[in-house]
Design a protein around this ligand. Structure first.
Ligand SMILES: Cc1cc2nc3c(=O)[nH]c(=O)nc-3n(C[C@H](O)[C@H](O)[C@H](O)COP(=O)(O)OP(=O)(O)OC[C@H]3O[C@@H](n4cnc5c(N)ncnc54)[C@H](O)[C@@H]3O)c2cc1C
Length: 273
């Protein structure tokens, strides 16, 4: 593993937290295996979350109507992004695998991590109109969400109070990671550590270390292959008619969000097939 690099993007305020223990376990286990491990400890870095004109050095193209995508994309091309973004992009470039370690906030990542995504995954660097999904710029990299929840597992079942966790994971796993081409590994979910007894928490950390040892050989999650869609504006980038026809007789939709009005394929965003 000497030539492999893992970047852990970590968002928790407290070194006494369970998230910190999970992050530390990953750093040690991966380093012991020979990976080079980089950590972006976002709160410690006081990472700025808001995507603003301060991210661009030099003259703006259109200061009257500031468009973040356009200005940041141009600044990336011309090496004019702010130093904190450039530093994170250097880490992303080096990384073979990115682990996002965080407590679930409002069914998503904490704002500071969302800010990292907004600001570091710049147009041109992380995606272009031609480079999305299967053709994504990061198709040779892997990414994975590792997070803790307040709610217990049963609350996130399809009949649980909070609803199916697979649905909650779609925006991050498909809308961010897969969109940029990453091969997405199954998420590591630590259900409600605050309401778990001490010895069970220790066992969770041990299971995490064991998983990390086999990460290299894990199959990624399944998403809809990009070739199944009509990739042009006239057709609206919709699923091909022959694919829809093929799915008409199947019991489940294609993915969590390409459900085609059918029951969702079970565990689509939580387990590799
Ligand atoms: C703004 C906000 C929004 C939220 N939204 C949601 C939401 O949408 N859905 C949801 O489910 N939850 C939500 N939560 C709850 C949040 O996800 C949980 O509080 C969080 O995931 C718990 O993780 P933690 O690392 O902070 O746990 P901690 O409270 O830090 O840790 C849990 C326990 O583990 C112990 N511990 C620490 N280190 C170790 C170790 N090495 N070994 C064993 N035990 C250890 C700690 O002492 C503690 O007793 C939200 C919280 C906030 C603040």
């Amino acid at each position: 593993m000497a030539d492999k690099t893992v970047l852990i993007v970590y968002a928790h305020q407290s070194p006494k937290s369970f998230n910190c223990a999970v992050k530390d376990a990953a750093v040690k286990t991966l380093t012991d295996q020979g990976y080079k491990v980089l950590v972006s400890d976002l709160y410690a870095m006081k990472f700025r979350a808001a995507a603003t004109a301060d991210d661009v050095k030099g003259k703006l193209k259109n200061p009257q109507h500031f468009l973040y995508n356009e200005e940041a994309g141009l600044a990336w091309k011309e090496g004019r992004l702010s130093d904190d973004i450039k530093e994170e992009q250097r880490k992303v470039q080096q990384a073979d695998l990115i682990i996002f370690q965080f407590p679930l906030y409002w069914f998503s990542v904490p704002a500071i991590m969302k800010g990292w995504i907004d600001r570091v995954m710049t147009q041109g660097f992380a995606y272009t109109l031609q480079n999305l999904y299967d053709n994504g710029l990061f198709k040779n990299k892997k990414a994975m969400l590792s997070f803790t929840t307040g709610g217990m597992e049963s609350m996130y079942l399809p009949d649980g109070l909070n609803g199916d966790i697979n649905v909650a994971l779609w925006p991050l796993q498909n809308g961010v990671l897969r969109f940029c081409g990453f091969q997405v590994l199954a998420p590591q979910i630590f259900w409600s550590p605050a309401h778990t007894p001490d010895d069970a928490r220790e066992a969770l950390l041990e299971a995490w270390k064991t998983r990390l040892q086999g990460l290299q050989d894990e199959k990624p999650l399944s998403f809809a292959p990009t070739e199944l869609f009509e990739l042009n504006f006239q057709a609206g980038f919709r699923l091909r008619a022959d694919v829809k026809e093929e799915f008409a007789s199947k019991p489940y939709g294609l993915t969590t969000a390409h459900h085609l009005g059918k029951p969702l394929p079970p565990n689509n965003q939580t387990k590799a097939e």
